[in-house]
Design a protein around this ligand. Structure first.
Ligand code: FAD
Ligand code: NAD
Length: 465
């Protein structure tokens, strides 16, 4: 008999959720984690600390920049105490990772401390011991993609990855962000708000790859207005560190004359790659695809029976909520139920100010597929709540099928985009048409009314525009 019904490898949002779900469904479950704390990238060095700093830095900017004066609030002498800001972030992380430990105990999930490696398709070693199980879920997540020729040294705090950028000991005068994706814009926002000049160097001709084209263009315009220097179609060919300064060599992506940029901090954020090193996948009869990911079927089972994989280590967007939903579904399949994840409707949110959020198809994807679609847009400058709050940056864009009117994509730039997108996800999950959005009563005055009006604009009939 095996030691466990289920062993989950990795305690990130994919793994810890899978372990809890497995235990809830009556499986004798253990979860192996090599970190000192549970919660994976997301809780320890990802979603949570970045959002804690985004929130705190937004408060600082509001207090410091004079932005509140138009509301009759005069603040003088607002000062940054970076150490306290960092300590509050660490406290939030500790409370949440400790919360997972509590949930493991509550649900009787054994936490095996150590790095797991397969011995066979039915056993692993971790922490110097061997454990067998009838089923495994690989949820080992991802790590930073290195940039060839650029050495990351988080301890030095000059050339850093996202983990280092969450811990900088002081505000850099000039930070260069390599990669205009989600991490670059979120962590770039944190340090810009705290006083750094931030330059973003992006290889492609637009920031935020994968987002809708209008959203990419308009969010770049907004970020530039905030002071970001965004250099698109540009590549970094080298970073030299001398003393406390870094010199970056950049050139046009298509080739051309090189120039140099001086910085006191360089954030390398050009993507992440799956963690499979040291897992001895071959001993379980497994291998990875050309992108280093573990391929799975609709039930998250790999090519080896009884071994499942979820989250950042499998294909798809590298997002915590996607990993969590896959964790629930995989555990349900193992327990003999049918788990469901609709990969067509995974929302994506960039937690900048304003936020950027998206679900479903982009206009580019629909164009490429030759689809017949209609677009409705509504700006927050015409939304009464946004206007009352003096918070009018952004808009909602609804894309619907031209024949069936079924909503195919919703894209939002707004201070509340991440919250607003949930309405679109639910409605689209139920197959809503733009008319369904338009004829659903939305509370007044709320930012959510902009979704209703954008849906009305699909028919060409918004009220307030
Ligand atoms: P992970 O969270 O990476 O967890 C995997 C765990 O497995 C790790 O703890 C690792 O130590 C452990 N592990 C690996 N190999 C082994 C082994 N052999 N044995 C034992 N343990 C092992 N996503 C969002 O949706 N929203 C956000 O706001 C967001 N913000 C982010 C901000 C930053 C700075 C970063 C870096 C990422 C962010 N992400 C965000 C992405 C999100 O963190 C990941 O998509 C998510 O953590 C993936 O979950 P996972 O369970 O697949 O893997
Ligand atoms: P990303 O894929 O979002 O962006 C990387 C960017 O770097 C891209 O725009 C890419 O074109 C650019 N790039 C690649 N090579 C380059 C080079 N040599 N020079 C200049 N630019 C280059 O990756 P990321 O920002 O590192 O984030 C990694 C993952 O973490 C993402 O998949 C994301 O989903 C996840 N994440 C999510 C959130 C969130 O949901 N809010 C926050 C942070 C991270």
């Amino acid at each position: 008999m095996s030691d466990y019904d289920l062993i989950v490898i990795g305690a990130g949002p994919g793994g810890y959720v899978a372990a809890i779900r497995g235990a809830q469904l009556g499986l004798k479950t253990a979860c192996v984690e090599s970190r000192e704390t549970l919660g994976g990238t997301c809780l320890n060095v990802g979603c949570i600390p970045s959002k804690a700093l985004l929130h705190a830095s937004e408060l600082y900017e509001e207090a410091h920049s004079g932005a509140l004066e138009k509301f009759g609030i005069k603040l003088t002498g607002a000062k940054l105490d970076l150490k306290t800001m960092m300590a509050e972030k660490t406290k939030a992380v500790g409370e949440l990772t400790g919360g997972i430990e509590f949930l493991f105990k509550k649900n009787k999930v054994d936490w095996i401390k150590g790095h797991a490696a397969f011995e066979s398709d039915k056993s692993i070693t971790a922490g110097g011991k061997s454990y067998s199980a009838d089923n495994f879920i690989i949820a080992t997540g991802s790590s930073v993609t290195p940039l060839p020729g650029v050495k990351i040294d988080n301890a030095k705090g000059i050339v850093v990855d996202s983990t280092g950028a969450l811990e900088l000991p002081k505000v850099p005068k000039h930070m260069v962000v390599i990669g205009g994706g989600v991490i670059g814009l979120e962590l770039g926002s944190v340090w810009r708000r705290l006083g750094a000049k931030v330059t973003v160097v992006e290889f492609l001709d637009q920031i935020l790859p994968g987002m809708d084209k209008d959203i990419r263009k308009d969010s770049a315009r907004i970020f530039k207005k905030q002071g970001f220097d965004i250099k698109t179609s540009t590549k970094v060919t080298g970073v030299a560190v001398k003393g406390k300064k870094a010199t970056l060599t950049v050139e046009p992506a298509a080739g051309g004359d090189a120039e140099t940029i001086e910085a006191d901090a360089v954030l390398v954020s050009i993507g992440r790659r799956p963690n499979t090193e040291g897992l001895a996948l071959n001993k379980a009869g497994l291998s990875t695809n050309e992108r280093g990911q573990i391929e799975v079927g609709h039930d998250f089972q790999t090519s080896v029976k009884g071994i499942y994989a979820i989250g950042d280590v499998v294909p798809g967007p590298m997002l915590a909520h996607k990993a969590e939903d896959e964790g629930v579904a995989a555990a349900e399949f193992i327990a003999g139920q049918t788990g469901i994840v609709n990969h067509e409707l995974i929302p994506g949110v960039v937690y900048t100010y304003p936020e950027v959020a998206s679900v479903g198809k982009t206009e580019d994807e629909l164009k490429e597929a030759g689809a017949n679609y209609k677009v409705g847009k509504f700006p927050f400058s015409a939304n009464s709540r946004a206007k009352a709050n003096r918070d009018t940056e952004g808009y909602v864009k609804v894309i619907a099928d031209a024949e069936s009117d079924r909503v195919l994509g919703v894209h939002v730039i707004s201070s509340l985009a991440g919250t607003l997108i949930a309405e679109a996800v639910i409605a689209m999950e139920f197959g809503a048409t733009s008319e369904d959005f338009a004829y659903t009563c939305h509370a007044h005055p709320t930012h959510a009314e902009a979704i209703k009006e954008a849906a009305m604009a699909v028919q060409g009939k918004p009220i307030h525009m």
